[in-house]
Design a protein around this ligand. Sequence first.
Ligand code: B1M
Length: 213
Amino acid sequence: MNETLKKLFDAILEGDQRAAAAHVQAAIDAGIDPGEILNDGMVAAMSEVGRLYEAGEFYVPEMLIAARAMQASMVLLKPKLIQSNVKSAGKVVIGTVKGDLHDIGKNLVALMLEGAGFEIVDLGSDVTPDKFVEAIRSEKRCLVALSALLTTTMPSMKIIIDAIIAAGLRQNVKIMVGGAPVTETFAQQVGADGYASDASKAVTLAHQLIKAA
Ligand code: B1M
């Protein structure tokens, strides 16, 4: 791994916000591709945090400070990941489902979609079915993007989709789902229109779903 990216990886792992931000800036200044900074430095560090948590070497506070360091350094990378002057490709209502506080992956998906020209309505994390229904009611047509990181919150996806059906809005929207424990099979079971395993595949899928709408 490039030395600057290794330092960035270590700073996120240690939860050192200032160092993480400084290393992102150094990587940008060194002309390293923003996608490489994101994937090899930042996302890789979060995967390592997860591995250490599973191994019992990290606890929730360590996960939390690592997440904060990741988010602090994302602020600097965000403008590099977003192209300007892109015509709107459609509107996306996005959120992490009820009961789930993990928002880094959802934020990345939102960022990449924004970079691809979609207008984003970000409802945040721990979003109730009612809040999703309320947000899409005013839209004629939109894409709904649901994220879940916990096996225990995956069922919330079905509850949200059922609430959209019950509100009579299902035909107005395409629904995509994703997040580490989510699979293609699960997406079909809950009645979603598509599943993407990562943020760049989410962009491809969003374009396909908008075309098919
Ligand atoms: Co939590 N956590 N966490 N955590 N946490 C996981 C998810 C876990 C896998 C860790 C582990 O055991 N290895 C585990 C879940 C186990 C399971 O259910 N299978 C876990 C647990 C157990 C918990 C708690 C229950 C711990 C506790 O309290 N005992 C608790 C739950 C709180 C809650 O939500 N109610 C908890 C809390 C937290 C923190 C708050 C401390 C923090 C989150 C901070 C935040 O997000 N603001 C946190 C973190 C940081 C993690 C790990 C370490 C990192 C998650 C992350 O940001 N990854 C995570 C371990 C891991 O993922 N390896 C873990 C980086 C991010 C870029 O990837 O989110 O996967 P990801 O997003 C990807 C794809 O999944 C996809 O694209 C993204 C980019 O490529 N994607 C989509 C995501 N959404 C998508 C939507 C799409 C398409 C693609 O379309 C709509």
